[in-house]
Design a protein around this ligand. Sequence first.
Ligand code: GLA
Length: 401
Amino acid sequence: MTQSESGTLAVQKLFKEKFGYTPTHTIKAPGRLELLGNHTDYNEGLVMSLAVDKYLFIAASPRTDGKIELVSTAFPERELFSISELKKNPQAPWADYVKGVLDQLRKHGVQFSGFSAAIHGTVPMGAGMSSSAALEVVTAMTIRKLFPFILTETASRKPARGEEDAEVTRDEKLQLAKLCQKAENQFVGVQCGILDQISSLFGKSFHAIEIDCQSLSVEHVPMIGEIAILICNSGVKHSLVGGEYNELREMCESAARKMGVKALRSVDIRMLNASRDKLTEREFQCAYHVVGEIQRVIAGATALRSDDFVQFGQFMFQSHESSRDYFKNSTKELDLLVELARKHPGILGARLTGGGFGGATINLIKRDAIESFSEYMAAEYQKSTGIQMSPLLCQIVDGAA
Ligand code: GLA
């Protein structure tokens, strides 16, 4: 049974247990791995990611009493509220991601009534794999199924006859991604970029997603070869709701402002060096990281297009070093994981993935090294930290739509 099939069964079982009948719809959205390009998205830069076979699932059915009831395998408390009462509940912060999306959908004129939903996830939480964006995306897709709508640039409309079952267009996926990002920015309060939501919607099996966060163009680059992707979770939790992420973003934005540009995307290394006196040391370091990361994504995409995984892996290592030394969003555990990985003969590249401050590393390895790499990393990491960790194999999959 695939991870997707077993997750689907688990969420349907939870729904039946809690609500006593079979759900009308089951929807899933994948988590993502940031492959190359760290904290470039909100700087209007370039980034590469993968949608992977770890998902958020929702099993749901409409109801007629104007109430929304959420249950989840991860959190014991049941969350019940009326459709007109989309307020944060500090006892159930996990439900904010759902409520934030409902709030945005309402602002876009989407009409929905009550529903019951069971939520189940196989995206490891706190690993930097974007369980939050997957929850936002699966919420939006669930509502779209239960109460059909088509999202447009400024609002929404009812689907025309025959349109209900049509595939979600590229343009609507973009609108959905933007809506989910807004839910996180405005309702949850994390000023995240658009990487996670686009990745969950635009994933394509055996392909990396290359996103230009300025034009919002999305391309797929084949990632086919004798390679595998493994995640090593440091076991140190991070929460983007903590202020570090927003602080780094502010640092980048103030650096851009002082250089007279809208975003760091417009800055190259020469301009940055020439502007050094205008910036604080921290602003310079953050900008240096972002400018370098954007260049690495350009070069990395070229390497991938020629199936040069060895070169691509080198860019991954460089990316990690830049996060560690300049952006300073790594941790000693993540650094250790990268340094351990570097010593294994099967490694091609390793780096922290996602927001940082804990979470996981992404490892690009030779396919025939999966077993020996996994055993080696688990043993060495435990030896140094006492933390038990088993690397997680990730398959690249299609996005939510
Ligand atoms: C988190 C955010 C993304 C992105 C990454 C860092 O995952 O949600 O928008 O900024 O961190 O690249």
